[in-house]
Design a protein around this ligand. Sequence first.
Ligand SMILES: NC(=O)c1ccc[n+]([C@@H]2O[C@H](COP(=O)([O-])OP(=O)(O)OC[C@H]3O[C@@H](n4cnc5c(N)ncnc54)[C@H](OP(=O)(O)O)[C@@H]3O)[C@@H](O)[C@H]2O)c1
Length: 223
Amino acid sequence: MNETHSDAFVFFGATGDLAFKKIFPSLQAMAGRGHLNVPVIGIGRSAPDLAAFKDRARESLEKRGGVDPAAFDKLMGSLRYVRGDNSDPPTYAALRKQLNGAQRPAFYLAIPPTMFATVVEQLGKAGCAGPGARVIVEKPFGTDLVSAQKLNAILERVLGDAMAGDATLFAREDYVEEAWRIVDPVLKAGTPVFEYNPKTWGPTEVENVTPAGGWHNPVPNGC
Ligand SMILES: NC(=O)c1ccc[n+]([C@@H]2O[C@H](COP(=O)([O-])OP(=O)(O)OC[C@H]3O[C@@H](n4cnc5c(N)ncnc54)[C@H](OP(=O)(O)O)[C@@H]3O)[C@@H](O)[C@H]2O)c1
């Protein structure tokens, strides 16, 4: 594996028809050719656990092209499973654990097209999709030109912000939660809130501590 290769493969819709008919046979073929040397993480709801998910993979291969024992064992060794709803943040927290620090994960969205934007957004919020991530979406990409353009705009916006890692544009959910943990008691304690005029940094007291040259917006440092 070199630095252009993905270092984890994640497929949403892992319990669906497409996964059953096409994805498991393709993964086994890749494993057989020595091209699958990364963790393979499936996400779905209907398989209760990894054992049931592996059973489904075996059943798929038995019905679709046959089990190649060596390749199948390799695939089984790489397979991980996250059970969860695509709309729920805990799904992505569990995924992040399974990703185990992967820097260039490939996310394959074999799910209903209406869920594409939600999944991409949640990936960004959970900090799963950094600058090295790739996203592959199944067809159909919208149902006509207008809906395809709309979907494209959503993916570009959400993925652009998330993958650029620009925290000022796309705050990670755990960072927001942590900030809120600190701010919430202050607000609840009845701390007075000072309104201030547009284009100022606050009431006069704040202007008095303005550093030489004025305040500036933080510049993201890529962390
Ligand atoms: N099937 C094909 O031959 C084929 C061919 C070309 C393109 N496609 C495209 O591939 C995509 C998937 O099609 P499919 O036929 O595999 O559909 P499907 O059989 O209905 O499977 C959908 C998958 O998405 C999961 N899913 C749906 N909503 C979810 C949610 N809220 N949270 C978590 N998981 C959710 C389902 O999980 P659970 O079932 O576990 O709930 C299942 O794994 C679609 O975009 C379709 O247009 C399919």
